[in-house]
Design a protein around this ligand. Structure first.
Ligand code: SF4
Length: 199
C-alpha cells in the first residue's frame, strides 16, 4: 500500500520562502487591515450630527476671536493653526488640506478622499456594495456623504453645487479662511454701503 503525501500548495511554498522575522502582522486579512484604516473616517460620518453641532460652536468661537487673529496677523497665526487643523482633521476625516472645506455639506465625509476627487456626487462606478470602483475595499465617499447628510440638521446642503477646487489654496487653513470671510460679511452687514455717498 503506497502512502499519499499531502498536496503542497503555491501559498505554502510562498510562505516557506518568505524571510523569517520576529514581526507577525495582527491576525487579520490584508483586506480587513485596509478597512480598519477607514474606521475613524466612518465614525465621523456616523456622528455627523454631533460634529455639525460641535463645528457650529467651534466656528462661533473662532469668529469671536477674529479681533485677536487680526491683531496678531492672520499670516502669523496661520502656521500654528494649520498645524493643529491638519492633524485634527487628518485624524478624523483623512483630510487632504484642500483649503476649501465642505465637510458640513458632505455629511462629514471628505470628498478629497474620492480617488477622482469629485466634489459634486459620485461617479457612475459605485459598486453594488457601495464601495469605490477604483479602491474596491473603500466605501464610496459620496455614498457615505449621503448617509451622513441624512443625520444632519442642515443635511440638504449636500444638494448644493460645489465650485471646482482652487488648487492654489492647497495646504492653507480653511478654518482661518472661513473665519475671515464671516468677519468680513458681518462687517458689511453692520455698515451697508450708502448709495447716496460720493464714490
Ligand atoms: S474638504 Fe478639504 S479641508 Fe475639508 S476635510 Fe476634505 S480635504 Fe480637508
Amino acid at each position: 500500500m503506497s502512502e499519499t503525501s499531502p498536496a503542497i500548495t503555491q501559498a505554502t511554498l510562498v510562505k516557506k520562502a518568505a524571510p523569517k522575522s520576529d514581526y507577525k502582522p495582527a491576525d487579520v486579512s490584508p483586506q480587513r487591515r485596509v478597512q480598519r484604516s477607514f474606521a475613524v473616517r466612518l465614525w465621523s460620518v456616523r456622528h455627523s450630527r454631533l460634529l455639525e453641532w460641535f463645528y457650529a460652536r467651534f466656528s462661533d468661537m473662532f469668529l469671536a476671536l477674529h479681533p485677536l487673529w487680526k491683531r496678531i496677523g492672520y499670516g502669523r497665526v496661520e502656521g500654528p493653526i494649520k498645524f493643529v487643523e491638519k492633524r485634527v482633521k487628518g485624524f478624523m476625516f483623512d483630510c487632504r488640506m484642500c483649503g476649501q472645506c465642505i465637510l458640513s455639506s458632505t455629511g462629514m465625509s471628505c470628498p478629497m478622499n474620492c480617488p477622482k476627487q469629485l466634489r459634486n456626487g459620485p461617479c457612475g462606478g459605485v459598486r453594488a456594495n457601495g464601495n469605490c470602483e477604483v479602491e474596491p475595499d473603500m466605501p464610496c465617499v459620496w455614498v457615505k456623504a449621503w448617509e451622513g447628510s441624512r443625520n444632519m440638521v442642515h443635511g440638504d446642503k449636500v444638494l448644493d453645487v460645489q465650485k471646482p477646487v482652487d488648487q492654489s489654496l492647497r495646504e492653507t487653513s480653511a478654518w482661518l479662511r472661513v473665519t475671515a470671510q464671516a468677519a468680513a460679511a458681518r462687517e458689511a452687514a453692520r455698515n451697508p454701503p450708502n448709495p447716496g455717498a460720493p464714490a
